[in-house]
Every structure is written in structure tokens, then in C-alpha cells.
Design a protein around this ligand. Structure first.
Ligand SMILES: O=C1C[C@@](O)(C(=O)O)C[C@@H](O)[C@@H]1O
Length: 675
């Protein structure tokens, strides 16, 4: 018998789509001046005078309006309710930390829901129904959290009530996985916005019966991929007695597998339950089975959800209504061998898929090379239509391989380390690149690494580098010179870019959602403005509030609103910083240490809501002192220049060769362990 449609609430939609203007919470004094700083005994140890510029003006009012270079992240509005199990309250604190918001265990959600400021409220699972009484669901986002370590799964009814669900285990990956989950579900990061504009995108179709088997090779497997597909229908759930498992893995098993995969890759995940008729294993007698799994994937915060076109329209429509910030990939496969890309049926399938799909995937089994040309013609007719969902279309079978090289949108790829290919004719990223190269579509490029090259947009001759990106111009520094695709004139041209700011931003947002920085104070120490400018740009892109500078006086395009520290007195006046960045030269690197101690985040003098959070050390080379060690022991979340370099390398490779090499692979290849 078919399962009835679940009664969904649109609360989350409303809450997520209507973010109010940011305002700091009343009981979070972190955005206002802190009195705790002046009480600290560490002040006298500060040697600001050794690094500040002599003629800097006095500290200005923190109420300035910082110039915004990039639209700052949206701030979630309303109350974020974290439902947790007995003894698991620490997850509520972690959510609040990651969001940079205060938390409460006030259980009257009806009262909290009326508050205008974002607050994280923790509610025990068994108190939830009572807490929800009289509550306006449209102003809260309900997130169920469940620790899977004891092998249990959340109760269905609880999952159903909540808008989202975070499954976790207490590993070193927890914090970053939670950040990613919250960033996506609260609309803070939109990975598809980047990917949809990329010239070519690939995704690796993993075919593992158990994700554990993939983990050791995942970094290698995903080089050249922009996303990882989990083929849920191919998962094989072990049974207690080792007997042959049923064809459909349980939601409990799927949830755990997904959690494991997400903990081990930074790439967006595509959640696919492929049906038996389309080369998969999910039975087709109950379409609601698909609804149940795909709806759950949305609740789990999966970036892409594959929705097969044969499913009843009501199901496809419903999924698109509740998709939140997940992207729907409509999927259609034709194995008949009689498919014709030139027939009206192909246009009809596209139109039907486009109704609810953000991406339309159309795949057909072919037996002649000509069918690839027909597909290319079909692709051109879709392109000619103008705006609409992206088309990802390839042919299956050996004869269809050409189309796998020609498709540019989310091309499914395989890898020799996978147990099997997911579809006939699949190619690896390397094979596709080779084919493109032979066809003249991917010309060989020489990469030049120039030692201490420092080019400001003004010092670069426009004869050689005719274009400079907005970011590089604002930062005043070009660190990457990429070759843009040939334009209408047929000639390729160089473009001056800055990759460093993205590396800094990616590091800062690994364990805090972007809006955690919004309106908060930052301190940047550097020997010169140019050393600090990428960090200033990155912080501005996160919408930080006051930025205090130490060691330099800015006068470039990013100077407006920066407030130099001139003396110990200025430190006393300054609110608690949320982030400190040091780009000091190595010989001066230890000068940040007194500041880290002064604004220590784990001392008794400052209440949790005013504590500093992130320390980013951009100094490279043999340094004096141990700022990272001091930061960690003073309670800061500390990152070194290796993290930033790895993220910057990821960005640089995207700019130079248009291919994605994941962060974890770069860290691994540079010989440094992740933890
Ligand atoms: O839809 C697709 C495309 C695919 O069928 C292929 O032909 O490569 C492979 C599947 O895993 C994926 O979900």
C-alpha cells in the first residue's frame, strides 16, 4: 500500500526566505563595547607602540559604516530551535558558537518566537510537543539533532515535526560538518551559485555499498569533481545475521552513511535513489518510498537531490516546494535504444523536467556516433531558449562517450578506484580531459610560479594584463594571472586575479557560518597595508563591523572605516574582537601574543557571549614566538597560514585550469595531516 503524503509545514520556508535585517541580540553584548577588557590585567603587557604607526589618528567611533565590497551574508532571522536528546546539550552550545549567537534553554517557544533577534534555543526532544504549544512555527527553524554513536536513529515522529535534522558523531569533523550543515540549511552559503557559472562541472558517481570503503581514497577519487554523488540505491545494509540484505537500505543506515560521507568531503553531495528501470535498485511499486527518502535528504541538508522524472507530478511538485536550499536535479534515463534527441519527445521531456528541476539531467542509451551530434543539436536548442534550468545531457554506451566529453554541466564521472562504473560508457575525469585536449578544447597550459612577485593593479602593464578582477583591484594585489577563455575576437586574454582573499574567507568560515562575523569587531596586525588587504577584503565580504588596525595605516581603496590602534589606551576602549588576524612579518610575529592574551576567550573575566573567537595567523617563514600556541591556550580557534595556503591553492587551480582539486587533497598532497 502506498504511504500517504506527509503533512509538511511551510515554517522553514518562511523563516529562511525572509531574513530580517541583522541586529545583535540583546543578551549578546559582543557587538557592543565590552567593559571586560579594561579590567584585564594583561593590558600593561601590550607592546602596541612597537608596531603602531606614529601618526595614526585616535580610535574613531565604532559606529562607522564600513564600505561593503561584496554583499554580506544573509543573517538567519527568528529563533533556531535545536532539539536534543538527554545528556546531549553540548550540541546546542556548539550550534550557538558556530552561528555566533547566544543560546538559551528557555522552553517556551511561543515567547521566543516573538523575539526579533536570532537566538538559539535548546529543547529536549521529549519536551518538544509541549514547547511548541501556541507557537507560531513560521518564525522558528526547528532542527532535530541526533548523535548516532549508540547505533540509534531518531524517532520518525520527531524527524517529521522538525524542518531539518543533523545526524552526528563526536569526531574531530563534527564542528566543521555542523558549520556546513547550518550554512546550507540557513541559506548562508549557496554552493550552486558558484557551480552554475563554472565553465565545466563534473560529479563523481560513487558506487560503494558502504561509504566506509570509500573514505581512505575519497580525496583522490574526488580530484576533478565538483560534487560527490551518493547512490543510495547501491548501498547495502549489513544484516545482523549476515543474511542477504533487502533491496532498500533503511533510512537509519542511509543517514549514517550520508553523515560519514559529508564528514569526509567538503564537496557538495548529490543524493540519488535510482529506480530499477533506470539502472538502479530502488523498487518502483511505491513512489512514496522515493518521496520519503528524498524528503529526508532535504531535511539532512543535502546540497543536490536527484528526483526522477517518472515520479508522479504531485511528488515532484511537493519536493520542490519543500526543497529549502537544496537544489533539485531532475533525472531522466532512457534505456530503450530507440531514443531520438531530434524528436519532439526530447523537448517534451525537457519541458516537463524543467517544471520542478533546477538542473535537468537527460540521459539516453545510444548505438551510433551520430546520436552524439543529435544531442549537441538538442543542447543548442535548449541554450537558445535563454534563461531556464541548466541542461546536463549525455549518452550512455560506448558510442555515447563523445557526449560525455562535450557535456559541460555536471558530467557524471567514474574513477578506477571505484568498485564499478555507475552507467555504461562512463569516463574518468582524466579521460574526459584527454578527449577534450585531443579535440582542441583543453589546450595544454604552462603554469609559471613566480617567486616573490608582487603586482599591484597600477604596476601591471595593461598591454600584458588587460583585465583585473574587481577583488584584485580593491585589494590592490594580483596574485594569480589566469587565461580567460577566448572571446569573440578569438584571442585569449590574461586576467589579473586575487585568490588569497578567498583562501582566507574559506578558512574563516570552516567552523563559523558567514553571518557569525556580521557586525563583530576585528583586529588586523600587519607590517604594511598591502600585507593586510586580502584579509580586510575577506572580512568585509563577511560583513564584519569595526576593523582595528595595528602596525600600518591604510590609505588604499579599503581604507575607509579602518580604525588604527594608536596606544594601549585604544585597546582599552575597544570592544571584544571576534577575530584577530596577524599578517606581521616573521621577525615581529610574537607581537600579537599580548593581544591574544589580553582578549583571551577562556578567562573568567569575560562572559562567553563577549569572548573572542577566531585567530588567523598569516605569517609565514621562521617566526618569533608561538602565536598559534598562545592563541589556542587562550581559547581562540586558531588557524595557521597552511590552512589559508591550501584553500588559496584550491582557488588558484580553479582560476588557472578551471578544475576542482579539493582542499583535503591539497593538504594531503602537501604532506600535512588534517588533524
Ligand atoms: O544520472 C546519473 C548519470 C549516470 O547514469 C551516467 O550515465 O553516468 C550515472 C548515475 O550514477 C547518475 O545518477
Amino acid at each position: 500500500m502506498a504511504t500517504p503524503l506527509l503533512d509538511e509545514t511551510p515554517a522553514v520556508e518562511t523563516a529562511l526566505k525572509d531574513p530580517g535585517p541583522h541586529s545583535a541580540s540583546t543578551n549578546n553584548s559582543s557587538t557592543g563595547p565590552s567593559t571586560s577588557t579594561s579590567a584585564s590585567s594583561g593590558t600593561s603587557a601590550l607592546n602596541i607602540a612597537a608596531i603602531v604607526s606614529n601618526n595614526a589618528p585616535a580610535v574613531a567611533s565604532p559606529n562607522h559604516v564600513a564600505p561593503s565590497v561584496i554583499p554580506p551574508p544573509e543573517t538567519p532571522s527568528g529563533t533556531i530551535v535545536i532539539v536534543f536528546g538527554a545528556g546531549m546539550e553540548s550540541i546546542v552550545h556548539m550550534v550557538a558558537e558556530v552561528l555566533g549567537k547566544p543560546w538559551t534553554t528557555e522552553t517556551s517557544l511561543a515567547t521566543l518566537a516573538r523575539a526579533t533577534d536570532v537566538v538559539v534555543a535548546g529543547v529536549l526532544a521529549h519536551d518538544l510537543d509541549r514547547s511548541l504549544e501556541g507557537c507560531d512555527r513560521s518564525s522558528i527553524v526547528l532542527i532535530n539533532t541526533h548523535c548516532v554513536e549508540d547505533g540509534t536513529a531518531p524517532e520518525d515522529a520527531l524527524t517529521e515535526t522538525c524542518d531539518y535534522e543533523f545526524l552526528y558523531s563526536r569526531t574531530p569533523f563534527l564542528r566543521r560538518d555542523l558549520t556546513r550543515f547550518l550554512s546550507l540549511t540557513l541559506g548562508q552559503t549557496r554552493p550552486h551559485e558558484d557551480l552554475r557559472t563554472k565553465t565545466r562541472t563534473n560529479f563523481i558517481s560513487t558506487t560503494f555499498p558502504d561509504v566506509h570503503a570509500a573514505l581512505s581514497n575519497l580525496d583522490i577519487l574526488s580530484v576533478g569533481s565538483d560534487a560527490v554523488e551518493i547512490r543510495v540505491d547501491l548501498l547495502v545494509e549489513p544484516t545482523v545475521d549476515g543474511a542477504a540484505a533487502g533491496s532498500v537500505p533503511s533510512l537509519k543506515y542511509v543517514g549514517q552513511q550520508l553523515m560519514l560521507l559529508r564528514q569526509h568531503t567538503e564537496l557538495p553531495i548529490i543524493f540519488t535513489a535510482r529506480c530499477t528501470k533506470e539502472n538502479g535498485k530502488f523498487p518502483m511499486d511505491d513512489p512514496m518510498l522515493f518521496y520519503k527518502y528524498l524528503r529526508r535528504a532535504i531535511k539532512w541538508g543535502v546540497e543536490y537531490v536527484d528526483v526522477e522524472l517518472w515520479l508522479p507530478e504531485e511528488i515532484r511538485r511537493r519536493l520542490s516546494e519543500v526543497k529549502g536550499h537544496s537544489i533539485i536535479m531532475s533525472a531522466f534515463h532512457d534505456f530503450s535504444g530507440t531514443w531520438k534527441w531530434t524528436a519532439p519527445e526530447a523537448q517534451r521531456v525537457f519541458a516537463e523536467s524543467a517544471k520542478y528541476g533546477d538542473i535537468v539531467k537527460m540521459i539516453a542509451m545510444v548505438s551510433t556516433i551520430e546520436q552524439n551530434y543529435e544531442l549537441e543539436y538538442f543542447r543548442s536548442t535548449i541554450k537558445a531558449r535563454g534563461p531556464g534550468p541548466l541542461l546536463s545531457a549525455v549518452n550512455m554506451g560506448q558510442m555515447g562517450q563523445l557526449s560525455r566529453a562535450l557535456n559541460t554541466v555536471f558530467s557524471p564521472i567514474t574513477h578506477p578506484l571505484l568498485p564499478m562504473i555507475a552507467a555504461p560508457g562512463q569516463l574518468t575525469a582524466a579521460e574526459i580531459n584527454e578527449a577534450l585536449h585531443i579535440m582542441g578544447q583543453l589546450p595544454k597550459r604552462d603554469l609559471y610560479v613566480i617567486g616573490s612577485f608582487r603586482a599591484t593593479p597600477h604596476s601591471i602593464s595593461t598591454t600584458y594584463i588587460p583585465a583585473i578582477s574587481d577583488a584584485a583591484r580593491a585589494i590592490g594585489l594580483v596574485d594569480t594571472i589566469a587565461l580567460a577563455a577566448p572571446g569573440e575576437t578569438g584571442s585569449a586574454r590574461f586576467i589579473g586575479e586575487n585568490a588569497a582573499w578567498k583562501g582566507i574567507r574559506a578558512t574563516l568560515t570552516r567552523e563559523y557560518v558567514p553571518s557569525a562575523y556580521r557586525g563583530r569587531a576585528a583586529i588586523i596586525l600587519a607590517g604594511s597595508e598591502i600585507d593586510a588587504s586580502a584579509a580586510i577584503f575577506a572580512l568585509r565580504s563577511l560583513g564584519v563591523g569595526s576593523i582595528y588596525t595595528v602596525g600600518f595605516k591604510a590609505s588604499g581603496p579599503l581604507a575607509a572605516g579602518l580604525e588604527p590602534f594608536t596606544s594601549i589606551q585604544s585597546v582599552k576602549l575597544v570592544e571584544q574582537p571576534f577575530v584577530i588576524v596577524s599578517a606581521l612579518p616573521p621577525e615581529k610575529s610574537l607581537l600579537v601574543q599580548p593581544l591574544l592574551r589580553h582578549y583571551r576567550t577562556n578567562g573568567r573575566s569575560s562572559p562567553p557571549s563577549t569572548r573572542g573567537k577566531v585567530y588567523l595567523d598569516l605569517t609565514s617563514g621562521p617566526r618569533k614566538g608561538d602565536p598559534l600556541g598562545v592563541a589556542s591556550s587562550a581559547g581562540w580557534t586558531a588557524y595557521g597560514s597552511e590552512d589559508v595556503s591550501a584553500w588559496t591553492t584550491v582557488e588558484t587551480l580553479r582560476l588557472l585550469v578551471g578544475q576542482n582539486v579539493p582542499f583535503d587533497f591539497v593538504r594531503m598532497a602537501s604532506g600535512r595531516p588534517l588533524f
